[in-house]
Design a protein. Structure first.
Length: 302
């Protein structure tokens, strides 16, 4: 992977993002640019499916940097996120040492806690030097992890180092590019937020969402793309359990093109609704008069 120089302006950042199909608002491009220039983690909050995770992938590809992803979940601990020792290999080393008559406990202790027995998880991997430059570290959906793990991140985000009691302190020669995302299912503590630059990623405007659809699905007809975007934009004003994000818009538009739909009809919507709405209550709510009203709004101007 060939590394590229960091963008030297907000316009250059917008160009980098758009070159990879990410149509960003200038405010997002600005905070991403500042994150790179200042060496600060970028903390992105917003509804699921609005493009928070995607920006890390785009930066990785656009800058030619390795992407290291840590997917957070309840119960995530250091063994899964940072490191653990290969206990099976350590036991074999101990048995071999005993068989060879090597009983120097101090020497043996040093040997079994050597780097070759260290299983490096995403956070530790992100501190290692890379030929192409510091990697992009994506800490995805931090709000799903426990508060204890969130607190553990403070040392890493403050000094970009990890202390391993049996091994020592591992410090990054060059801080990774850190992107942290949250769907805001719970509040993230101020102590962590203070170490980051913050941005709320909102649903896109109709104009920008249309540009995203055309960028990702260049073969879609102008009429269908406009109707899809108007339909989704109208749905977000309804009282649904989970409004569709940009990811669902793209999935639905893709599904409609696979069905050879040329425009939105009740039949086409019914056949493909599972690509757009992911809860049965929402699907049931979008029936009858509600569907007719939203469809009329989406197709009246095309």
């Amino acid at each position: 992977m060939t590394a590229s120089a960091l963008p030297q302006s907000v316009d250059a950042m917008m160009e980098l993002l758009s070159s990879r199909g990410y149509i960003a608002e200038r405010s997002l491009a600005t905070v991403a640019y500042l994150s790179l220039r200042m060496g600060r983690p970028l903390f992105l909050e917003g509804e699921a499916g609005v493009g928070k995770t995607e920006i890390a992938k785009v930066l990785s590809a656009g800058l030619g940097r390795k992407l290291i992803r840590l997917q957070c979940y309840e119960g995530l601990d250091a063994a899964s996120a940072v490191y653990e020792w290969n206990s099976a290999a350590q036991m074999i080393a101990i048995r071999l040492a005993e068989a060879a008559g090597d009983t120097d406990r101090e020497q043996l202790s040093g040997d079994i806690f050597a780097e070759r027995f260290l299983i490096k998880r995403p956070l530790l991997q992100a501190l290692e030097p890379e030929v192409a430059g510091a990697p992009v570290l994506l800490i995805d959906e931090l709000d799903r992890a426990d508060e204890a793990f969130e607190a553990y991140l403070l040392e890493i985000l403050s000094d970009f180092q990890i202390t391993i009691p049996e091994f020592g302190t591992v410090k990054a020669p060059q801080p990774p590019i850190v992107i942290i995302t949250s769907n805001r299912t719970r509040e993230i503590h101020d102590a962590l937020k203070r170490r980051c630059l913050y941005h709320w990623v909102d649903y896109p405007s109709a104009e920008r969402e249309l540009a995203i659809v055309k960028s990702r699905l260049p073969g879609i007809s102008a009429k269908l793309s406009q109707q899809v975007v108007r339909f989704v934009q109208a749905l977000r004003h309804q009282d649904f359990y989970k409004s569709p994000g940009v990811a669902e818009t793209l999935d639905w538009a893709h599904a409609l093109t696979e069905l050879d739909a040329r425009s939105l009809t009740p039949q086409a919507i019914g056949d493909s609704l599972g690509a757009l709405l992911k809860y049965q209550d929402d699907i049931a709510r979008l029936q009858g008069e509600t569907l007719q009203n939203v469809l009329k709004e989406a197709t009246s101007e095309t």
